[in-house]
Design a protein around this ligand. Structure first.
Ligand SMILES: Nc1ncnc2c1ncn2[C@@H]1O[C@H](COP(=O)(O)OP(=O)(O)OP(=O)(O)O)[C@@H](O)[C@H]1O
Ligand SMILES: [Mg+2]
Length: 153
């Protein structure tokens, strides 16, 4: 199992939440069972906003709550189950094991904030999304993953 896939690499600037929404729709189009989307970036860079955009594009009608306290929220969406994890508050491997990341990958796709805490569990088909904040609310995003993702961008 490798999580250093770097065949596909792309950078974007997100001017606003509408741009985040458009990026989320592209990512949603590439999701399948066993896919992970690793949402990296400092506090407040827009990881949850992008996860919400993916979930919305995948058919979620209501606003997804942030899993910062629940640690995971799972959604049975048309055609795909998607679990949204936030590992910020995880500090023991025992807690990580209880969260069921591997089961979630067996059942569907996962979106995972602060993914470094679970780097050993990420599948080959992981799209790494690195977000960074710029001036005037801009976000810079870098995507990195297996070549198959190129067809969605
Ligand atoms: N592309 C964007 N343009 C403007 N504002 C944005 C954008 N993306 C996110 N934001 C805003 O930035 C704030 C933080 O976003 P969000 O909660 O998604 O960040 P986060 O990376 O999940 O934070 P945390 O590290 O606390 O989980 C929110 O107010 C959100 O609306
Ligand atoms: Mg968040």
């Amino acid at each position: 199992m490798s999580h250093k896939s770097s065949e596909f690499r792309r950078r974007f600037v997100l001017n606003d939440l509408a741009a985040t929404g458009a990026l989320g729709a592209r990512i949603a189009a590439g999701l399948r069972r066993g896919t992970a989307v690793a949402l990296e970036g400092e506090l407040g860079t827009g990881k949850t906003a992008l996860a919400r955009a993916v979930l919305r594009a995948q058919g979620l009608k209501e606003e997804a709550p942030s899993p910062s306290f629940s640690l995971v929220q799972s959604y049975d969406l048309p055609g795909l189950t998607v679990a949204h994890f936030d590992l910020y508050r995880i500090d023991h491997d025992a807690e990580l094991a209880e969260l069921g990341i591997e089961d979630a990958l067996d059942q569907g796709a996962i979106l995972i904030e602060w993914p470094k805490r679970a780097s050993g569990l990420l599948p080959e088909d992981t799209l790494f999304v690195h977000l960074a904040s710029g001036i005037h609310g801009l976000r810079y995003v870098e995507l990195n993953g297996p070549q198959r993702w190129a067809s969605y961008f």
